[in-house]
Design a protein around this ligand. Sequence first.
Ligand SMILES: Cc1cc2nc3c(=O)[nH]c(=O)nc-3n(C[C@H](O)[C@H](O)[C@H](O)COP(=O)(O)OP(=O)(O)OC[C@H]3O[C@@H](n4cnc5c(N)ncnc54)[C@H](O)[C@@H]3O)c2cc1C
Length: 472
Amino acid sequence: MTSSTQLAVIGGGPGGYAAAFLGADLGMQVTLIDEAPNPGGVCLYRGCMPSKALLHVAKVVTEAREASACGVTFAEPTIDIDRLRFWKQQVVSRLTGGLRQLSTQRGVTYLQGRAELLGPSSVRVTILDGTTTDLEFAHGVLATGSRPAIPSALRLESDRVWDSTRALEVPEVPESLLVVGGGYIGLELGSVYAALGSKVTVVEMTPGLLPGVDRDLVTVVARRMESTCEAILLETTVTNLAEEGTGVRVTLEGPSISESIRQFDRVLVAVGRIPNSEIPGLERTRVRLSEFRFVEVDRQRRTAEPSIFAIGDLVGEPMLAHKASHEARAAVESIAGRKTVFEPAAIPAVVFTDPEVAWCGLTETEARAQGRTIQVARFPWAASGRALTLDRPQGVTKLIIDPDTERLLGTGLAGSGAGELIAEAVVAIEMGATVSDLRLCIHPHPTMSETVMESAEVFFGQSTHVYRPKRG
Ligand SMILES: Cc1cc2nc3c(=O)[nH]c(=O)nc-3n(C[C@H](O)[C@H](O)[C@H](O)COP(=O)(O)OP(=O)(O)OC[C@H]3O[C@@H](n4cnc5c(N)ncnc54)[C@H](O)[C@@H]3O)c2cc1C
Protein backbone atom coordinates (compact mmCIF):
# COMPACT_ATOMS: atom_id res chain seq x y z
CA MET A 1 0.00 0.00 0.00
CA THR A 2 1.41 3.42 -0.92
CA SER A 3 0.16 6.69 0.51
CA SER A 4 1.62 10.16 0.73
CA THR A 5 2.31 12.78 3.33
CA GLN A 6 3.82 16.24 3.27
CA LEU A 7 6.16 15.63 6.21
CA ALA A 8 7.45 12.22 7.33
CA VAL A 9 9.30 12.21 10.62
CA ILE A 10 11.36 9.13 11.47
CA GLY A 11 11.90 8.78 15.21
CA GLY A 12 9.46 9.87 17.91
CA GLY A 13 11.82 11.30 20.54
CA PRO A 14 11.86 14.93 21.71
CA GLY A 15 13.32 15.92 18.33
CA GLY A 16 10.90 13.88 16.24
CA TYR A 17 7.66 14.56 18.08
CA ALA A 18 8.46 18.29 18.38
CA ALA A 19 9.04 18.35 14.60
CA ALA A 20 5.81 16.46 13.88
CA PHE A 21 3.75 18.67 16.19
CA LEU A 22 5.13 21.92 14.80
CA GLY A 23 4.64 20.65 11.25
CA ALA A 24 0.98 20.01 12.04
CA ASP A 25 0.66 23.39 13.79
CA LEU A 26 1.99 25.03 10.62
CA GLY A 27 -0.68 23.28 8.56
CA MET A 28 1.27 20.33 7.15
CA GLN A 29 -0.02 16.82 6.78
CA VAL A 30 2.36 14.84 9.01
CA THR A 31 3.25 11.20 9.64
CA LEU A 32 5.36 10.32 12.67
CA ILE A 33 7.10 6.92 12.69
CA ASP A 34 8.58 5.14 15.70
CA GLU A 35 8.84 1.57 16.92
CA ALA A 36 7.36 2.33 20.34
CA PRO A 37 3.61 2.24 21.04
CA ASN A 38 3.61 6.00 21.67
CA PRO A 39 5.91 8.93 20.88
CA GLY A 40 8.59 9.71 23.48
CA GLY A 41 11.84 8.18 22.26
CA VAL A 42 14.79 7.62 24.53
CA CYS A 43 14.02 10.72 26.59
CA LEU A 44 10.65 9.53 27.81
CA TYR A 45 11.03 5.75 27.72
CA ARG A 46 14.63 5.18 28.79
CA GLY A 47 16.39 8.49 29.41
CA CYS A 48 15.52 11.86 30.91
CA MET A 49 12.17 11.07 32.47
CA PRO A 50 12.66 7.67 34.15
CA SER A 51 16.08 8.81 35.39
CA LYS A 52 14.62 11.98 36.87
CA ALA A 53 11.81 10.02 38.51
CA LEU A 54 14.38 7.75 40.16
CA LEU A 55 16.56 10.72 41.12
CA HIS A 56 13.54 12.24 42.84
CA VAL A 57 13.20 9.08 44.92
CA ALA A 58 16.92 9.23 45.69
CA LYS A 59 16.54 12.81 46.86
CA VAL A 60 13.59 11.99 49.10
CA VAL A 61 15.55 9.13 50.68
CA THR A 62 18.66 11.27 51.18
CA GLU A 63 16.73 14.17 52.64
CA ALA A 64 14.94 11.87 55.06
CA ARG A 65 18.29 10.47 56.17
CA GLU A 66 19.85 13.90 56.57
CA ALA A 67 16.96 15.74 58.22
CA SER A 68 18.31 14.89 61.67
CA ALA A 69 20.80 17.78 61.27
CA CYS A 70 17.77 20.12 61.44
CA GLY A 71 16.25 18.29 64.38
CA VAL A 72 13.90 15.90 62.58
CA THR A 73 14.68 12.21 62.71
CA PHE A 74 12.91 9.70 60.48
CA ALA A 75 13.27 5.96 60.64
CA GLU A 76 15.60 4.52 57.98
CA PRO A 77 13.53 4.55 54.75
CA THR A 78 12.38 1.19 53.48
CA ILE A 79 12.29 0.75 49.72
CA ASP A 80 9.42 -1.12 48.12
CA ILE A 81 11.08 -1.81 44.80
CA ASP A 82 7.94 -3.07 43.04
CA ARG A 83 6.03 0.05 44.01
CA LEU A 84 8.95 2.28 43.03
CA ARG A 85 9.13 0.62 39.61
CA PHE A 86 5.35 0.90 39.20
CA TRP A 87 5.40 4.61 40.08
CA LYS A 88 8.25 5.34 37.67
CA GLN A 89 6.46 3.35 34.95
CA GLN A 90 3.28 5.32 35.57
CA VAL A 91 5.18 8.58 35.04
CA VAL A 92 6.48 7.24 31.72
CA SER A 93 3.04 5.94 30.67
CA ARG A 94 1.29 9.19 31.50
CA LEU A 95 3.81 11.21 29.54
CA THR A 96 3.97 8.97 26.47
CA GLY A 97 0.19 8.48 26.49
CA GLY A 98 -0.18 12.26 26.67
CA LEU A 99 2.04 12.64 23.62
CA ARG A 100 -0.07 10.15 21.70
CA GLN A 101 -3.15 12.19 22.58
CA LEU A 102 -1.45 15.39 21.46
CA SER A 103 -0.57 13.67 18.15
CA THR A 104 -4.18 12.68 17.62
CA GLN A 105 -5.49 16.12 18.55
CA ARG A 106 -3.16 17.68 15.97
CA GLY A 107 -4.11 15.21 13.26
CA VAL A 108 -0.61 13.68 13.12
CA THR A 109 -0.69 10.10 11.79
CA TYR A 110 1.36 7.92 14.13
CA LEU A 111 2.79 4.74 12.62
CA GLN A 112 4.27 2.25 15.04
CA GLY A 113 6.95 0.47 13.07
CA ARG A 114 10.47 0.47 11.70
CA ALA A 115 11.29 2.87 8.89
CA GLU A 116 13.45 2.12 5.88
CA LEU A 117 14.19 4.83 3.35
CA LEU A 118 13.38 3.82 -0.21
CA GLY A 119 14.89 7.00 -1.65
CA PRO A 120 15.01 10.78 -1.09
CA SER A 121 11.22 11.05 -0.91
CA SER A 122 9.82 7.72 0.16
CA VAL A 123 9.92 5.48 3.18
CA ARG A 124 8.72 1.95 3.93
CA VAL A 125 7.35 1.30 7.39
CA THR A 126 7.31 -2.27 8.65
CA ILE A 127 4.53 -2.47 11.20
CA LEU A 128 4.86 -4.81 14.18
CA ASP A 129 2.76 -7.56 12.55
CA GLY A 130 5.17 -7.63 9.58
CA THR A 131 2.94 -5.75 7.12
CA THR A 132 4.48 -2.80 5.30
CA THR A 133 3.27 0.64 4.29
CA ASP A 134 5.08 2.74 1.70
CA LEU A 135 4.85 6.47 2.08
CA GLU A 136 5.82 9.23 -0.37
CA PHE A 137 6.85 12.47 1.32
CA ALA A 138 7.69 16.00 0.24
CA HIS A 139 10.03 16.43 3.19
CA GLY A 140 11.52 14.02 5.67
CA VAL A 141 13.01 14.64 9.10
CA LEU A 142 15.41 12.03 10.48
CA ALA A 143 15.35 11.95 14.28
CA THR A 144 16.50 8.43 15.07
CA GLY A 145 18.52 9.45 18.14
CA SER A 146 21.29 7.48 19.78
CA ARG A 147 22.00 4.36 21.83
CA PRO A 148 24.49 3.41 24.56
CA ALA A 149 28.05 2.83 23.35
CA ILE A 150 29.52 -0.41 24.67
CA PRO A 151 33.27 -0.76 23.94
CA SER A 152 34.42 -4.30 23.12
CA ALA A 153 36.30 -4.73 26.43
CA LEU A 154 33.01 -4.16 28.25
CA ARG A 155 30.84 -6.34 26.05
CA LEU A 156 29.62 -9.33 28.02
CA GLU A 157 26.38 -11.12 27.26
CA SER A 158 25.17 -11.24 30.82
CA ASP A 159 22.23 -9.88 32.78
CA ARG A 160 24.77 -8.80 35.39
CA VAL A 161 26.17 -6.15 33.05
CA TRP A 162 23.74 -3.29 32.51
CA ASP A 163 23.48 -0.36 30.18
CA SER A 164 21.50 2.74 31.20
CA THR A 165 18.27 1.27 29.81
CA ARG A 166 18.57 -1.81 32.00
CA ALA A 167 19.60 0.21 35.07
CA LEU A 168 16.49 2.37 34.68
CA GLU A 169 14.33 -0.76 34.88
CA VAL A 170 15.69 -1.24 38.43
CA PRO A 171 15.79 -5.04 38.06
CA GLU A 172 17.16 -5.19 41.62
CA VAL A 173 19.23 -3.16 44.09
CA PRO A 174 22.55 -4.99 44.03
CA GLU A 175 24.74 -5.12 47.10
CA SER A 176 27.65 -3.74 45.08
CA LEU A 177 27.54 -1.88 41.77
CA LEU A 178 30.42 -0.78 39.58
CA VAL A 179 29.57 2.21 37.40
CA VAL A 180 31.91 2.43 34.44
CA GLY A 181 31.98 6.07 33.30
CA GLY A 182 31.98 9.23 35.38
CA GLY A 183 29.90 11.25 32.91
CA TYR A 184 26.43 12.55 33.68
CA ILE A 185 24.55 9.31 33.04
CA GLY A 186 26.95 7.28 35.23
CA LEU A 187 26.79 9.79 38.06
CA GLU A 188 23.01 10.20 37.94
CA LEU A 189 22.34 6.47 37.96
CA GLY A 190 25.16 5.83 40.43
CA SER A 191 23.53 8.33 42.82
CA VAL A 192 20.19 6.57 42.48
CA TYR A 193 21.60 3.16 43.37
CA ALA A 194 23.73 4.61 46.19
CA ALA A 195 20.60 6.17 47.71
CA LEU A 196 18.68 2.88 47.31
CA GLY A 197 21.40 1.10 49.27
CA SER A 198 23.99 -0.26 46.83
CA LYS A 199 27.68 0.14 47.52
CA VAL A 200 28.60 2.09 44.39
CA THR A 201 32.08 2.36 42.91
CA VAL A 202 32.61 4.74 40.00
CA VAL A 203 35.45 4.20 37.54
CA GLU A 204 36.47 7.07 35.28
CA MET A 205 39.23 6.90 32.68
CA THR A 206 40.17 10.62 32.82
CA PRO A 207 41.64 12.42 35.87
CA GLY A 208 38.24 13.81 37.01
CA LEU A 209 34.51 13.18 37.06
CA LEU A 210 32.35 14.86 34.39
CA PRO A 211 35.14 15.32 31.85
CA GLY A 212 35.00 18.66 30.07
CA VAL A 213 33.02 20.42 32.80
CA ASP A 214 34.70 23.26 34.78
CA ARG A 215 36.59 21.74 37.69
CA ASP A 216 35.30 24.15 40.36
CA LEU A 217 31.75 23.05 39.54
CA VAL A 218 32.66 19.38 39.50
CA THR A 219 34.36 19.64 42.90
CA VAL A 220 31.00 20.36 44.54
CA VAL A 221 29.38 17.17 43.28
CA ALA A 222 32.59 15.11 43.54
CA ARG A 223 32.84 15.85 47.27
CA ARG A 224 29.32 14.64 47.77
CA MET A 225 29.81 11.53 45.63
CA GLU A 226 32.95 10.68 47.59
CA SER A 227 30.83 10.49 50.72
CA THR A 228 27.93 8.55 49.20
CA CYS A 229 29.95 6.12 47.05
CA GLU A 230 32.14 3.28 48.18
CA ALA A 231 34.96 4.54 45.95
CA ILE A 232 35.67 6.80 42.99
CA LEU A 233 38.55 5.52 40.90
CA LEU A 234 39.98 8.11 38.54
CA GLU A 235 42.45 7.53 35.69
CA THR A 236 41.28 3.95 35.78
CA THR A 237 40.18 1.75 32.91
CA VAL A 238 38.16 -1.44 32.95
CA THR A 239 39.93 -3.85 30.64
CA ASN A 240 37.88 -7.00 31.13
CA LEU A 241 34.60 -8.28 32.53
CA ALA A 242 33.78 -11.92 33.24
CA GLU A 243 30.98 -13.65 35.11
CA GLU A 244 32.20 -15.21 38.34
CA GLY A 245 30.09 -16.77 41.05
CA THR A 246 26.95 -14.67 41.29
CA GLY A 247 28.68 -11.47 40.22
CA VAL A 248 31.17 -10.03 37.78
CA ARG A 249 34.95 -10.19 37.95
CA VAL A 250 36.34 -6.87 36.81
CA THR A 251 39.89 -6.15 35.68
CA LEU A 252 40.99 -2.60 36.39
CA GLU A 253 44.06 -0.72 35.21
CA GLY A 254 45.34 2.58 36.50
CA PRO A 255 48.19 4.24 38.39
CA SER A 256 46.41 4.12 41.76
CA ILE A 257 44.96 0.60 41.45
CA SER A 258 46.36 -1.76 44.05
CA GLU A 259 43.95 -4.62 43.43
CA SER A 260 43.51 -5.01 39.69
CA ILE A 261 40.91 -7.79 39.94
CA ARG A 262 37.73 -6.96 41.84
CA GLN A 263 34.32 -8.50 42.22
CA PHE A 264 31.02 -6.63 41.91
CA ASP A 265 27.45 -7.93 41.94
CA ARG A 266 26.50 -5.83 38.93
CA VAL A 267 28.25 -3.53 36.47
CA LEU A 268 26.66 -0.54 34.79
CA VAL A 269 28.38 0.59 31.60
CA ALA A 270 27.76 4.29 30.96
CA VAL A 271 30.64 5.39 28.77
CA GLY A 272 28.80 7.41 26.15
CA ARG A 273 26.28 7.22 23.35
CA ILE A 274 26.51 6.69 19.60
CA PRO A 275 24.14 7.99 16.92
CA ASN A 276 21.58 5.67 15.31
CA SER A 277 22.77 6.61 11.85
CA GLU A 278 22.53 3.12 10.35
CA ILE A 279 19.06 4.00 9.14
CA PRO A 280 18.05 1.31 6.65
CA GLY A 281 18.12 2.67 3.09
CA LEU A 282 20.12 5.80 3.95
CA GLU A 283 22.51 4.81 1.19
CA ARG A 284 19.70 5.40 -1.31
CA THR A 285 19.91 9.12 -0.51
CA ARG A 286 22.67 11.72 -0.66
CA VAL A 287 22.68 12.11 3.15
CA ARG A 288 26.30 12.22 4.37
CA LEU A 289 27.80 11.06 7.66
CA SER A 290 30.67 12.69 9.53
CA GLU A 291 33.79 10.91 10.77
CA PHE A 292 31.98 10.11 14.03
CA ARG A 293 28.92 8.82 12.15
CA PHE A 294 26.67 11.78 12.88
CA VAL A 295 24.45 12.95 10.02
CA GLU A 296 25.90 16.13 8.50
CA VAL A 297 23.51 19.09 8.44
CA ASP A 298 23.58 22.81 7.71
CA ARG A 299 22.31 25.64 9.91
CA GLN A 300 18.69 24.83 9.03
CA ARG A 301 19.35 21.16 9.76
CA ARG A 302 19.10 20.21 6.07
CA THR A 303 21.19 17.22 5.03
CA ALA A 304 23.05 16.92 1.73
CA GLU A 305 19.76 15.52 0.36
CA PRO A 306 17.60 18.67 -0.03
CA SER A 307 14.30 16.97 0.87
CA ILE A 308 15.69 15.45 4.07
CA PHE A 309 16.48 17.20 7.35
CA ALA A 310 18.04 15.66 10.47
CA ILE A 311 17.96 16.68 14.12
CA GLY A 312 18.74 15.61 17.67
CA ASP A 313 21.32 13.12 18.90
CA LEU A 314 21.66 11.89 15.33
CA VAL A 315 23.41 15.10 14.26
CA GLY A 316 25.81 15.62 17.14
CA GLU A 317 26.61 17.02 20.54
CA PRO A 318 25.32 18.08 22.89
CA MET A 319 23.09 15.02 22.95
CA LEU A 320 20.31 16.62 24.94
CA ALA A 321 16.55 16.57 24.58
CA HIS A 322 16.11 20.35 24.53
CA LYS A 323 18.74 20.70 21.80
CA ALA A 324 16.80 18.13 19.74
CA SER A 325 13.46 19.90 20.12
CA HIS A 326 14.92 23.29 19.21
CA GLU A 327 16.59 21.83 16.15
CA ALA A 328 13.16 20.46 15.24
CA ARG A 329 11.83 24.00 15.24
CA ALA A 330 14.59 25.22 12.92
CA ALA A 331 14.12 22.29 10.53
CA VAL A 332 10.33 22.49 10.31
CA GLU A 333 10.20 26.28 10.02
CA SER A 334 12.70 26.00 7.22
CA ILE A 335 10.57 23.34 5.51
CA ALA A 336 7.62 25.72 5.86
CA GLY A 337 9.63 28.32 3.96
CA ARG A 338 10.44 30.54 6.93
CA LYS A 339 13.82 32.19 7.40
CA THR A 340 15.41 30.44 10.32
CA VAL A 341 18.72 29.09 11.60
CA PHE A 342 19.75 26.98 14.57
CA GLU A 343 22.39 29.19 16.16
CA PRO A 344 21.96 29.24 19.94
CA ALA A 345 24.36 31.28 22.04
CA ALA A 346 23.66 29.12 25.05
CA ILE A 347 22.47 25.52 25.25
CA PRO A 348 22.07 24.64 28.92
CA ALA A 349 23.35 21.35 30.30
CA VAL A 350 22.31 19.96 33.65
CA VAL A 351 23.68 17.04 35.63
CA PHE A 352 20.80 16.05 37.91
CA THR A 353 22.89 14.64 40.71
CA ASP A 354 22.43 15.97 44.21
CA PRO A 355 23.86 18.60 44.23
CA GLU A 356 23.22 19.46 40.60
CA VAL A 357 25.71 20.93 38.16
CA ALA A 358 24.54 23.21 35.36
CA TRP A 359 26.16 25.45 32.82
CA CYS A 360 25.45 27.31 29.60
CA GLY A 361 27.26 29.43 27.05
CA LEU A 362 31.02 29.70 27.22
CA THR A 363 32.68 27.68 29.98
CA GLU A 364 35.87 28.68 31.74
CA THR A 365 37.55 25.56 30.37
CA GLU A 366 36.58 26.47 26.79
CA ALA A 367 37.66 30.09 27.24
CA ARG A 368 41.09 29.02 28.51
CA ALA A 369 41.47 26.50 25.67
CA GLN A 370 40.63 29.24 23.16
CA GLY A 371 43.06 31.65 24.86
CA ARG A 372 40.16 34.05 25.25
CA THR A 373 40.37 36.79 27.88
CA ILE A 374 37.49 36.54 30.31
CA GLN A 375 36.67 37.68 33.79
CA VAL A 376 35.04 35.27 36.22
CA ALA A 377 32.79 36.40 39.08
CA ARG A 378 31.99 33.76 41.68
CA PHE A 379 29.49 33.76 44.50
CA PRO A 380 29.85 30.96 47.06
CA TRP A 381 26.55 29.54 48.25
CA ALA A 382 27.80 29.52 51.83
CA ALA A 383 27.11 33.29 51.70
CA SER A 384 23.50 32.75 50.59
CA GLY A 385 20.84 33.01 53.28
CA ARG A 386 18.51 30.80 51.27
CA ALA A 387 21.15 28.08 50.90
CA LEU A 388 21.58 28.02 54.68
CA THR A 389 17.83 27.80 55.32
CA LEU A 390 17.79 24.79 52.98
CA ASP A 391 20.79 23.31 54.78
CA ARG A 392 22.56 23.25 51.39
CA PRO A 393 25.42 25.76 51.58
CA GLN A 394 27.66 23.65 49.30
CA GLY A 395 27.58 25.34 45.93
CA VAL A 396 28.81 28.09 43.69
CA THR A 397 27.41 30.43 41.06
CA LYS A 398 29.83 31.91 38.58
CA LEU A 399 29.54 34.23 35.66
CA ILE A 400 31.93 34.25 32.71
CA ILE A 401 32.15 37.82 31.48
CA ASP A 402 33.73 39.59 28.52
CA PRO A 403 35.89 42.23 30.28
CA ASP A 404 35.65 44.68 27.37
CA THR A 405 31.90 44.71 26.79
CA GLU A 406 30.88 43.39 30.23
CA ARG A 407 28.53 41.01 28.41
CA LEU A 408 27.66 37.72 29.98
CA LEU A 409 29.25 34.92 27.94
CA GLY A 410 28.57 31.92 30.13
CA THR A 411 27.36 30.76 33.51
CA GLY A 412 28.20 27.80 35.71
CA LEU A 413 26.30 26.59 38.74
CA ALA A 414 26.80 23.79 41.20
CA GLY A 415 24.46 23.13 44.08
CA SER A 416 21.02 21.89 44.95
CA GLY A 417 18.51 23.14 42.37
CA ALA A 418 21.16 24.47 39.95
CA GLY A 419 19.22 22.96 37.04
CA GLU A 420 16.32 25.37 37.54
CA LEU A 421 18.55 28.41 38.07
CA ILE A 422 20.45 28.03 34.82
CA ALA A 423 17.42 29.13 32.77
CA GLU A 424 17.91 32.75 33.89
CA ALA A 425 21.45 32.71 32.53
CA VAL A 426 20.28 31.26 29.20
CA VAL A 427 17.82 34.12 28.75
CA ALA A 428 20.45 36.67 29.79
CA ILE A 429 23.02 35.35 27.32
CA GLU A 430 20.55 35.05 24.46
CA MET A 431 19.33 38.61 25.12
CA GLY A 432 22.89 39.93 25.14
CA ALA A 433 22.65 41.02 28.78
CA THR A 434 25.57 42.68 30.48
CA VAL A 435 26.67 41.95 33.99
CA SER A 436 25.11 45.30 34.99
CA ASP A 437 21.74 44.07 33.75
CA LEU A 438 21.99 41.07 36.05
CA ARG A 439 23.06 43.24 38.95
CA LEU A 440 20.24 45.74 38.46
CA CYS A 441 17.40 43.23 38.05
CA ILE A 442 15.71 42.81 41.44
CA HIS A 443 15.75 39.13 42.43
CA PRO A 444 13.32 37.79 45.03
CA HIS A 445 14.58 37.24 48.56
CA PRO A 446 15.34 34.74 49.92
CA THR A 447 15.98 32.61 46.84
CA MET A 448 18.94 30.92 45.24
CA SER A 449 18.38 33.16 42.21
CA GLU A 450 19.92 35.97 44.25
CA THR A 451 23.26 34.21 43.79
CA VAL A 452 23.14 35.15 40.10
CA MET A 453 22.58 38.81 40.98
CA GLU A 454 25.22 38.71 43.69
CA SER A 455 27.78 37.14 41.34
CA ALA A 456 27.21 40.18 39.14
CA GLU A 457 27.79 42.37 42.19
CA VAL A 458 31.01 40.45 42.88
CA PHE A 459 32.19 41.50 39.41
CA PHE A 460 31.92 45.13 40.50
CA GLY A 461 33.41 44.42 43.94
CA GLN A 462 30.06 45.36 45.49
CA SER A 463 28.41 42.13 46.56
CA THR A 464 26.35 42.76 49.68
CA HIS A 465 27.14 39.36 51.20
CA VAL A 466 30.71 38.83 50.01
CA TYR A 467 33.57 41.20 50.68
CA ARG A 468 35.77 41.06 47.60
CA PRO A 469 37.03 44.43 46.31
CA LYS A 470 37.28 44.73 42.53
CA ARG A 471 40.81 44.10 41.35
CA GLY A 472 42.70 46.41 38.97
C1 LIG B 1 19.78 7.75 31.09
C2 LIG B 1 19.64 8.98 30.26
C3 LIG B 1 19.30 10.17 30.87
C4 LIG B 1 19.16 11.32 30.11
N1 LIG B 1 18.82 12.48 30.74
C5 LIG B 1 18.68 13.61 30.03
C6 LIG B 1 18.28 14.81 30.65
O1 LIG B 1 18.08 14.86 31.86
N2 LIG B 1 18.13 15.91 29.89
C7 LIG B 1 18.36 15.89 28.53
O2 LIG B 1 18.21 16.92 27.89
N3 LIG B 1 18.73 14.76 27.92
C8 LIG B 1 18.89 13.62 28.62
N4 LIG B 1 19.22 12.46 27.98
C9 LIG B 1 19.48 12.51 26.53
C10 LIG B 1 18.16 12.52 25.77
O3 LIG B 1 17.42 11.39 26.09
C11 LIG B 1 18.45 12.58 24.28
O4 LIG B 1 19.29 13.67 24.00
C12 LIG B 1 17.15 12.73 23.50
O5 LIG B 1 16.28 11.68 23.75
C13 LIG B 1 17.46 12.79 22.01
O6 LIG B 1 16.29 12.95 21.32
P1 LIG B 1 16.14 12.52 19.80
O7 LIG B 1 14.81 13.04 19.37
O8 LIG B 1 17.33 12.92 19.04
O9 LIG B 1 16.12 10.93 19.77
P2 LIG B 1 15.67 9.77 20.74
O10 LIG B 1 15.02 10.28 21.95
O11 LIG B 1 16.86 8.91 20.86
O12 LIG B 1 14.55 9.04 19.90
C14 LIG B 1 14.83 8.40 18.70
C15 LIG B 1 13.70 7.45 18.39
O13 LIG B 1 13.84 6.97 17.06
C16 LIG B 1 13.48 5.62 17.01
N5 LIG B 1 14.07 5.01 15.81
C17 LIG B 1 15.39 4.83 15.52
N6 LIG B 1 15.53 4.26 14.32
C18 LIG B 1 14.27 4.09 13.81
C19 LIG B 1 13.76 3.56 12.61
N7 LIG B 1 14.53 3.12 11.63
N8 LIG B 1 12.40 3.51 12.45
C20 LIG B 1 11.57 3.98 13.42
N9 LIG B 1 12.01 4.51 14.57
C21 LIG B 1 13.35 4.56 14.76
C22 LIG B 1 14.06 5.08 18.32
O14 LIG B 1 13.46 3.85 18.66
C23 LIG B 1 13.68 6.22 19.28
O15 LIG B 1 12.40 6.02 19.81
C24 LIG B 1 19.35 11.28 28.71
C25 LIG B 1 19.68 10.07 28.07
C26 LIG B 1 19.82 8.94 28.84
C27 LIG B 1 20.15 7.65 28.15
